[in-house]
Write a protein that binds this ligand. Sequence first.
Ligand SMILES: NC(=O)c1ccc[n+]([C@@H]2O[C@H](COP(=O)([O-])OP(=O)(O)OC[C@H]3O[C@@H](n4cnc5c(N)ncnc54)[C@H](O)[C@@H]3O)[C@@H](O)[C@H]2O)c1
Length: 257
Amino acid sequence: MSDFAGKTVLITGAAGGFGRAMAQRFSAAGAKLVLSDYNAHGLGELSATLDTPHWLLAGSVGDEDHCAETVAIADRETGRLDIAINNAGIGHMPGKTADIDSKQATTCVQVNLMGVFFGMKHQLPLLLATHEKHGSIGNIVNFASLAGIGGAPTLSMYSAAKHGVVGLTKSSALEYARRGVRINALCPAFARTPMVEKGILAGNNNAEGEAHLTRGIPMKRLAEVNEIVQAVEWFCAEENSFMTGQAVALDGGTSAM
Ligand SMILES: NC(=O)c1ccc[n+]([C@@H]2O[C@H](COP(=O)([O-])OP(=O)(O)OC[C@H]3O[C@@H](n4cnc5c(N)ncnc54)[C@H](O)[C@@H]3O)[C@@H](O)[C@H]2O)c1
């Protein structure tokens, strides 16, 4: 594991499947954490498992003021920001495009795309200031999806929002490539988190349900949480210094077809 002692890591959606595992992983690697989620109870439970100083803020990434406040906490409490992981996300009720509820579609875009934009808008100035002060390279990791690099029938507005995250990632990476901040996106296929187990598989959490869900994945299985979050650590590792503007698929081979 890389050493992140002395670094400050901001994670949104920290109470969920990937978020919780990332918080624990970066804490074990010595980082201080600013953790946001709209699930205040989940944040409290996570807090008890962490070894390093951390600050919790309950609220929605769809609210720009909330995103600004997470960065203000990092600045006030630690005076720096090294890594920002924009992970909070939601799905919508599956359905063909003409059947998707417009309110759900709007919320999906507000959280999955505007939430990443609000985050980056406020994270970038502190990442840049940290680079200027300490010479270290900052990182933004945005959670897109396999649905962000290909179509996802019955999840078209989720897919549209995640394509937006990939576009935002690539465009911003070009803007900041010479200014000490690397910006990349992660594109997982279905993984074993509450989003999949309680959401997509709800009521079908058995071998048959998983086999049906993963029938299009060459490895014919869900990803395990740590198979995804280990990549985040690599994205942010000091040695990984030439990678920016990438949307990396971790998908059991699906996008190779
Ligand atoms: N699990 C998968 O198969 C999968 C695949 C591809 C992409 N993703 C993406 O990975 C990210 C994390 O997903 P996960 O599987 O850990 O999901 P999860 O449901 O386990 O966790 C998501 C977390 O985000 C929080 N959240 C939701 N809306 C929020 C909001 N408006 N403001 C703040 N917090 C909010 C939830 O409370 C939850 O704790 C999401 O962006 C998701 O779209 C997941």
